[in-house]
Design a protein around this ligand. Structure first.
Ligand code: PMP
Length: 427
């Protein structure tokens, strides 16, 4: 039994000693003391189905024994930075990771976070091309350091940063966008930006395949092939931010970009790849990687043996437990059930996403697509009281984000949808 401080005591300490900008998902935040598989437990031993943890960190389930064992073993053997000596853990994971990527994408740089990975990717693209202009998508989230905050394109997440050469293209959003699901129409805006907003030469285009923070927006089909074509003609590199959509989450594919049939020049990843351990990576081609030899470059903790041992264990678990297949099968079933729920409840404006990266957008008027900002909070709170934790996102904060650990089962999917059904009917 848990004998630590109560939720109220922790909250009081957080208010006094931690960042005033921290936010909470619930009016009454939950005190989580333990996690196992797709479940979280509060201080009273109450179990919650975690349908959001996949985004934050956990792809193969909370405290997966294989990952824990790999971390503990490595911690007991050696915990050191990677920059001074040889150690096999970093090389083993780099090799395994590279084997998951197509084409010539086989040189890996490790970082501690997604922000760091995208900062590095953008810098490499600028060095490689000798250009400064980068195009990212409106509604994107790429990080919160100087450069990546420029690429992030939602006022919610931007402070007063210098944009420094970043242009934001029209978002190929099939639900709210001007051109519906016609990816090629949206792609013309990137061509326009190149022609009218730059010298005609650009460093890079960066995007997620499915926007996570932006509210599970899957880019309109046909978009990436057309944009990659324009960018390459302008001498630029194509960066795929797989921080949320990568690592088997979409089910149909291991990487989100594969759903559009493209091969990027640089791929970035983080979050789930360490199953809770801080770990990010940039993977690119030997030719592009070469730019970093022009100066000295290192990252003290990026790719240290403990993190990379965890990363390797995660890859093995995904393979051994067929988690990509599971994401596909359970995710498709869950999406079907959510679509049925849309038929039943007028407030559900859209159900979207793939595999175990699904979004449910709530609107008070289907025609006007008016964001149901207040209602979503009520439904979320009620679902929490029934033992189901879901996330929330989108610019208006009116989209449920369902991104559970990849071991989520059909029964979990049923429980989640039944709870959502009940909570919406109580509005
Ligand atoms: N890219 C995407 C797509 C993300 O969702 C996030 C985090 N929400 C980041 C980059 C930044 O990752 P981190 O918080 O690890 O810096």
């Amino acid at each position: 039994p848990y004998a630590g401080p109560t939720a109220a005591e922790i909250l009081a300490k957080r208010k006094e000693f931690l960042s005033p900008s921290m936010f909470y998902l619930y009016k009454k935040p939950v005190n989580i003391v333990h996690g196992k598989k797709q479940y979280l437990f509060d201080e009273n031993g109450r179990r919650y189905l975690d349908a959001f943890g996949g985004i934050a960190t956990v792809c193969c389930g909370h405290c997966h024994p294989d990952v824990v064992k790999a971390i503990v073993n490595q911690t007991e053997t050696l915990q050191h930075s990677t920059i001074l000596y040889l150690n096999h853990a970093i090389a083993d994971f780099a090799e395994a990771l590279a084997s998951k990527l197509p084409g010539d994408l086989k040189v890996v740089f490790f970082t501690n976070s997604g922000t760091e990975a995208n900062e590095l990717a953008m810098m490499m693209a600028r060095l490689y091309t000798g250009c400064h202009d980068i195009i990212s998508l409106r509604n994107a989230y790429h990080g919160n350091a100087a450069g990546t905050m420029g690429a992030t394109a939602q006022s919610n997440w931007k402070f007063n940063v210098v944009q420094s050469g970043v242009h934001h293209a029209m978002n190929p959003d099939p639900y709210r966008g001007l051109f519906g699901s016609d990816g090629e129409e949206y792609a013309k805006d990137v061509q326009d930006l190149i022609q009218f907003g730059t010298s005609g030469h650009v460093a890079a285009f960066i995007s997620e395949a499915i926007q996570g923070v932006g509210g599970i927006v899957e880019l309109a089909s046909g978009y990436l092939p057309a944009v990659y074509n324009s960018i390459r003609k302008a001498g630029g590199l194509c960066i795929a931010d797989e921080v949320q959509s990568g690592f088997a989450r979409t089910g149909s594919h291991f990487w989100g970009f594969e759903t559009q049939g493209v091969v990027p020049d640089i791929v970035t990843m983080a979050k789930g790849i360490g199953n809770g351990i801080p770990l990010g990576a940039v993977v690119t081609t030997p030719k592009i990687a070469e730019v970093l030899t022009r100066r000295s470059y290192f990252n003290t903790f990026g790719g240290n043996p403990v993190c990379t041992a965890a990363g390797l264990a995660v890859l093995r678990v995904i393979e051994r437990e067929n988690l990509q297949d599971n994401a596909h099968v359970v995710g498709s079933y869950l999406k079907e059930r959510l679509n049925d729920l849309k038929e039943k409840h007028e407030i559900i404006g859209d159900v979207r996403g793939r595999g175990l990266m699904l979004g449910v957008e709530l609107v008070t008027d289907r025609q006007l697509k008016t964001p149901a900002k207040v209602e979503i909070l009520q439904v979320m709170d009620q679902m929490k009281d029934m033992g189901v934790l879901v996330g929330k996102g989108g610019f208006y904060g009116n989209v449920f984000r369902i991104t559970p650990p990849l071991c989520f089962s059909r029964e979990d999917a049923d429980f989640l949808v039944d709870a959502m059904d009940y909570a919406i009917s109580k509005l």
